[in-house]
Design a protein around this ligand. Structure first.
Ligand code: BGC
Length: 515
């Protein structure tokens, strides 16, 4: 397979190849992204379909076709928002269980269980007779975040790009969902059932795939299955010469197991930079306003006077821009670096949001029904510009940066916190956006643009560049060099010193713990 290369871990070079098994594992893990994306993208289109509204939200349907109601408020309904948001609230809860099952049963079995939940959720949704069934279905869908799997199996050199593969699959899932909605909207009265049921395809793929996928060596070794771990390592690295890397993982896992309270450990002063950055990146990612578009694009375009068909069509366009721009990130993240992408995107997101707010502010009065053709196109173009910049920055990097900054001893706990915070704020946006749109009107976009300014300044001053820095060398090369974060690096007393403190001479210890 693709030529061999060396993997740098804690200053040691390991022999490694991208073997078919690495690729298959990553594809399978990325299917999780596809499932997630499909569920992100499907709800907005479905909620804009009259057949669906007639069945579950007749009052919204009435408002939609009434002239009396303010355009901005047509879809302002808590139940409707709950249909979208419940998935993320459930996902949040599931993350705690997933982190437990991952530790006890491994990632593979966890993926299998997640797949089964998904399939039952899909059945509930596709067959829903009332709102309760819809919500229960969405809750069951709310499991399945697998980025940790990806970042651990990935050799350091391509870690960035591979992690973004997860995000790429999320965007493909969203696009796929918009395309499906565009088609099913024409099937009356059950097209929406088809939309919701098709989520079963990636779910079935994941479940099947989990049967074939390998557990990561780290995961096996952490659970004491040393021989199995070594065998998998040989397979995924494509060489028998894995002893040094194997020993390092064993040692690192021993050290990790000595950490009795991973969450308490996460709160220690020296872990502050990673924690603060991970938490803030998730909040910021959601407050870019991206999911206002991803969840509600068809509803939003409908609000602006687009006809049903045009709304769904426009959602397909933004979905396609999302996928293509994520590819830009895959290509550039390890070349131009994280900070550059985030800062450029900050400017672009700000300008496009302000432009949207201005056009809507001037052109869409409460009762006027239409934007006018040219203005409508301008809004769609601005939405696309916004989505593009998000897709090559905050979208993938919101996930990548936390996964590459936590050291092994806090990675699992850190990753759970990251996912939880993300899902919590995704839930908040899903539950609040349509109500906020009703109250703030066009100014909702000014609201998000103000957040973009705040997060860009955060990046400018507080986010160090992590391009090409192995996880194990973060402390030395990143945190200790940073004008602000270095102050948290001074209490060496709590550092775990493995191997009786034998240094390998370059500031790092053999297991990768940096002192
Ligand atoms: C975010 C999702 C969002 C998606 C859009 C992801 O990185 O976490 O909330 O829907 O990007 O592409």
């Amino acid at each position: 397979m693709a030529g061999g290369f060396s993997v740098s871990g804690s200053g040691t070079e390991f022999e490694a190849k991208i073997t078919p098994i690495v690729i298959i594992s990553c594809i399978m893990a990325a299917t999780g992204g596809l499932m997630f994306g499909y569920d992100v993208g499907i709800s907005g289109g479905v909620t804009s379909m009259d057949d669906f509204l007639r069945e579950f939200f007749p009052s919204v349907l009435k408002k939609k076709h009434e002239d009396k109601e303010s355009n901005y408020c047509k879809y302002d309904n808590q139940g409707l928002q709950l249909f979208t948001s419940s998935l993320y609230l459930a996902g949040l809860t599931a993350t705690f269980f997933a982190s437990y099952t991952t530790r006890r049963l491994g990632r593979r079995l966890t993926m299998l269980i997640a797949g089964v939940f998904f399939i039952i959720g899909v059945i509930f949704n596709g067959a829903a007779q009332n709102l309760a069934m819809l919500i229960v279905g969405r809750i069951l869908l709310g499991c399945g975040a697998v980025p940790l799997f990806l970042s651990e199996i990935a050799p350091t050199r391509i870690r960035g790009g591979l992690n973004i593969l997860f995000q790429l699959n999320v965007t493909i899932g969203i696009l796929f969902a918009s395309l499906v909605n565009y088609g099913t909207a024409k099937i009356h009265p059950w097209g929406w059932r088809l939309s919701l049921s098709l989520a079963g395809i990636p779910a079935a793929l994941l479940t099947l795939g989990a049967l074939f996928v390998v557990d990561t060596p780290n995961s096996l070794i952490e659970r004491g299955k040393l021989e199995e771990g070594k065998a998998v390592l040989r397979k995924i690295r494509g060489t028998d010469n894995v002893e040094p890397e194997f020993n390092e993982i064993v040692e690192a896992s021993r050290v990790a197991q000595e950490v009795k309270h991973p969450f308490r450990n996460l709160l220690q002063r020296r872990n502050r930079p990673q924690l603060v950055i991970a938490v803030l990146l998730q909040i910021f990612q959601q407050f870019t306003g991206i999911n206002a578009i991803m969840f509600y694009a068809p509803v939003l375009f409908n609000t602006l006077g687009f006809k049903s068909d045009a709304s769904l069509y426009s959602a397909v366009i933004t979905g396609a821009v999302n996928v293509l721009s994520t590819l830009v990130s895959v290509y550039s993240v390890d070349r131009v670096g994280r900070r550059m992408l985030l800062l450029e995107a900050g400017v672009q997101m700000f300008l496009s949001q302000v432009a949207i707010a201005v056009v809507l502010g001037i052109k869409v009065t409460d009762r006027s029904d239409n934007l006018g053709h040219a203005w409508a196109i301008l809004v769609v173009v601005m939405v696309c510009t916004f989505v593009a910049s998000f897709a090559w920055s905050w979208g993938p990097l919101g996930w990548l940066i936390p996964s590459e900054t936590f050291p092994l001893e806090t990675r699992s706990a850190g990753q759970s916190v990251t996912v939880c915070v993300n899902l919590l704020f995704t839930f908040v946006i899903a539950q609040a956006f349509l109500s906020m749109l009703c109250h703030l009107k066009y100014a909702i976009f000014a609201f998000f643009s103000a957040w973009v300014v705040v997060m860009s300044f955060f990046v400018l001053f507080f986010l160090p560049e992590t391009k090409n820095v192995p996880i194990e060398e973060m402390t030395e090369r990143v945190w200790k060099q940073h004008w602000y974060w270095k102050r948290f690096m001074d209490d060496d007393n709590h550092h775990v010193v493995p191997n009786g403190g034998k240094s390998n001479g370059n500031g790092t210890y053999n297991n990768g713990a940096t002192v």
